[in-house]
Design a protein around this ligand. Structure first.
Ligand SMILES: [Zn+2]
Length: 377
């Protein structure tokens, strides 16, 4: 029998940032520690967040890197502890939000971080963390409401952590914060959101509410054409609203699980020096994984075509490929900087990734190798 939890408080509105001060106070945060990145600081969003807080932050860590690492978490943890903070405000994309979760986890639990990895059953060791308010500035990861975080460990693995205790106490979703996001990042993060919705629908676990939300997110991003619109005109506030909703919905949906696209993207994303964007990787892998699973989840493919506004005879994989082309996603992994020699390592890590276990049809090492080879181009 499925056990269903839905999930945390989400304050969702254009201009919602104004409510930050009251929300923080309501959650008992009087000395907030802000976790963000250099781009958010340079864009002026950090200053807006500080204004909205109404109290000076106890500390600010504004150097979060894309695909955050265990090493950086330890650096930020030291600052967090020295600051005497009593809660965390995460501002940014998935990297800043995941990084904030990792800081919160280590601020309240003993090291090493590895102990809490999902793949070795670490979820049950994760207790309460300091109150965390997450403010997404991209529409893709859904980390603001997700049970998960992904960190590159000092041993080189890209590790997933998952626990209801990692869900922020408030997700403050203000679509206006994404208005300045450049087209290529809008495309990449938006494809992450769409992939969450599709993979969550397709994974075989039984959770009809989450599945229904996945269909709705796919409808907004693809069926209503909002991803294309947001990429074409970054100032389209309506499209930004729907994409932030699709992103939020993607994370509500993936409490069901994910699948082979994310297994491969996590495995490729751990190659830190290549600076591969998680959403772009998903976008490139998605059509190939959809072709692999074609026939393994027919009723879901039918319904996905329906909510995505496609003809009953349409090929889902082709439709995603067309969308990728329309929004400027690279056509192949090779274009992104991956090579044949990266394949075996990626396959090996994909097989150990939590998302691997959510495939509608089981995937072997050979299956992943074939998908990688085709996606490489
Ligand atoms: Zn993702």
């Amino acid at each position: 029998m499925p056990v269903i939890n839905f999930l945390t408080q989400c304050v969702f509105d254009a201009g919602a940032l104004k409510q930050l001060g009251a929300l923080a106070k309501g959650k008992g945060i009087t000395r907030p520690f802000i976790v963000t990145d250099a781009g958010i600081k340079a864009s002026g969003i950090l200053a807006k967040v500080e204004d909205a807080l109404g109290v000076p932050p106890a500390g600010v860590f504004a150097e979060t890197i894309p695909n955050p690492t265990e090493t950086q978490t330890k650096q930020a943890l030291k600052l967090y502890k020295e600051s005497g903070a009593d809660g965390i405000i995460a501002v940014g994309g998935g990297s800043s939000m995941d990084h904030a979760k990792a800081i919160g986890l280590l601020a309240s639990h003993s090291e090493p971080l590895e102990t809490y990895a999902a793949i070795i059953g670490g979820a049950k060791k994760i207790g309460k963390i300091p109150p965390l308010i997450a403010i997404p500035t991209t529409a893709g990861t859904g980390s603001e409401v997700s049970v998960g975080m992904v960190i590159i460990m000092e041993n080189g693995r890209k590790e997933t952590f998952a626990s209801p205790n990692l869900i922020p106490v408030v997700a403050l979703c203000d679509p206006d914060l994404t208005l300045g996001l450049p087209a290529h990042l809008t495309a990449a993060t938006g494809m992450d959101a769409l992939t969450h919705c599709i993979e969550a629908v397709l994974t075989p676990s039984i959770n009809p509410p989450a599945e229904g939300i996945g269909y709705d997110g796919a409808h907004r991003a693809f069926g209503m054409g909002m991803l294309k619109r947001a990429v074409k005109d970054g100032s389209d506030a309506e499209a930004r609203w729907h994409m932030m909703m699709a992103s939020y919905e993607g994370a509500l949906a993936f409490v069901k699980g994910l699948g082979g696209v994310h297994a491969l993207s996590h495995a490729a994303g751990r190659l830190h020096e290549k600076k591969l964007h998680h959403g772009t990787l998903n976008a490139v892998f998605l059509p190939h994984i959809l072709r692999f699973h074609n026939g393994a989840a027919d009723a879901k493919y039918v319904r996905l075509r329906d909510v995505m506004g496609l003809k009953p005879s349409a090929d889902l994989a082709d439709a995603i490929q067309d969308l990728n082309n329309a929004i400027g996603i690279p056509k192949t992994l090779r274009e992104m900087g991956l090579a044949v020699m990266d394949g075996p390592g990626i396959v090996e890590y994909a097989l150990k990734d939590l998302a691997h276990f959510g495939n509608p049809k089981p995937m072997s090492a050979d299956d992943y190798a074939r998908v990688y080879e085709t996606a490489l181009g």
